[in-house]
Design a protein around this ligand. Structure first.
Ligand SMILES: [Mg+2]
Ligand SMILES: [Zn+2]
Length: 245
């Protein structure tokens, strides 16, 4: 059996050039979005998006209208080239995101790349009994908390999700992770020195890693900073200098 490589992507600002939640909310509810209280004083993010989706649809906009806004969201430059090269090298592709199944699916399909992604782990979207698009937390408030000590939001711990994914589908020869947010730090701690960790320049995780030595110091993997996927395409194209597990 050939041992595969695994490529893990965060979605917002890592695979697409936007925050999908903010794009939808800003489009339909610009006033509410402009006056959002700071994160410490507002409701949990997934609940806030769910509540906003209800307001959007109760206000007369349809799921189709929401889809049309999502279909215009651009991908990160060179993302298509990267996904195609991962397919060509038989790398398994996982999206690990705090967005939701509906937004991710619509955007990937709009770019014709849904088939280049093996799996998506994120907050589940569903249709309620009034026919409205709704979002649930990946870990419901009624379920046991993840108790992760890292910078993970209450609804998803990407590190634990990655552990479970590897236990189910692995082992993998080499893992590459592409992220930008603080919730991409916990899965980064799972990476070995032979793996690849691509952190987006100018975003929250890059700021933490470059200004807080104690944060960067916990990583076993070397960090490659990026502004578009061209540098990742280049790195991935190099033959892996690591032996199989
Ligand atoms: Mg992100
Ligand atoms: Zn975590």
């Amino acid at each position: 059996m050939t041992v595969q490589d695994l490529a893990v992507f965060d979605f917002d600002w890592s695979l697409i050039e936007a925050d999908s939640d903010a794009t939808v909310c800003k489009h339909f509810c610009p006033n509410k979005w402009a006056s959002l209280p700071p994160s410490a004083q507002r409701m949990q993010w997934t609940d806030l998006i769910d509540q906003t989706l209800c307001e959007i649809q109760d206000g007369g906009s349809s799921i189709d209208d929401i889809e049309k806004v999502l279909q215009r969201v651009p991908m990160v430059p060179s993302a298509l080239e990267l996904l195609e090269s991962l397919r060509a090298s038989n790398t398994r592709v996982l999206i690990l995101s705090d967005a939701n199944t509906f937004f991710i699916d619509v955007i990937l399909r709009a770019h014709g790349v849904r088939d280049l992604v093996s799996d998506i782990i994120t907050n589940p979207a569903y249709t309620d009994d009034q026919g409205r698009l709704r979002i649930n937390r990946r870990i419901l408030s009624t379920e046991a908390p993840h108790n992760c000590p890292n910078t993970c939001t209450v609804n998803i711990c990407k590190g634990q999700e990655l552990d479970r994914y590897i236990a189910t589908h692995g082992p993998f020869r080499r893992i590459m992770y592409v992220g930008d947010g603080m919730n991409d730090y916990c899965p980064g701690l799972r990476l070995k020195h032979t793996d690849l960790y691509f952190v987006r320049n100018g975003k929250q995780l890059a700021r933490a890693l470059t200004t807080k030595p104690e944060v960067a110091g916990r990583l076993l993997v070397q960090v490659t900073y990026w502004k578009d996927h061209a540098v990742i395409v280049e790195t991935v194209a190099k033959p892996a200098a690591v032996p199989s597990l």
